[in-house]
Design a protein. Structure first.
Length: 146
């Protein structure tokens, strides 16, 4: 069963300041149909514990509702890693050698046949207008540009 179903009533309208997920649920344009199909397909490929809305952390579906840009970026990162044959484990707790859980957790761990990559997906845009970039992201932006 698809997460985002097709709306029953035709609606091609555009509403100012509408959240992306609200638009997806009601709009019947070609772009909205393709967007729903994209999300439904790729969400189905992710680990169940990440997308499950019963997840105590809210799950990816919840995150897409309330923090669209960063959650969508995480979805894309995870799917790219899966396409590169990695298996994904979501939001694991980092432990020290003595078994103590640390405060920091990555978004997910990607396990490849020859190694492990711990991923903290960070979008370079901090605000909707893209005006403010933190110092730690400036270094990342320079690496990406290079």
């Amino acid at each position: 069963m698809s997460w985002l179903s097709e709306p029953d009533v035709e609606d091609l309208s555009v509403k100012n300041n509408e959240r992306y997920m609200d638009w997806l649920r009601r709009n019947t344009s070609h772009k909205a149909k393709k967007s729903r199909a994209f999300l439904n397909h790729h969400i189905e490929e992710l680990p169940r514990e990440w997308i499950d809305p019963k997840n105590p952390k809210g799950g990816l579906k919840y995150d897409l509702e309330y923090r669209w840009s960063s959650a969508f970026f995480e979805l894309v990162c995870a799917r790219v890693l899966q396409k590169l044959v990695a298996s994904i484990e979501v939001e694991i707790e980092k432990k020290t050698k003595d078994g103590t859980v640390t405060q920091s957790k990555p978004d997910f761990t990607a396990t490849f046949p020859d190694g492990l990559v711990i991923v903290e997906a960070r979008s370079t845009i901090l605000d909707p207008e893209g005006r403010n970039t933190s110092k730690d992201q400036s270094d990342l932006i320079e690496i990406l540009k290079a």
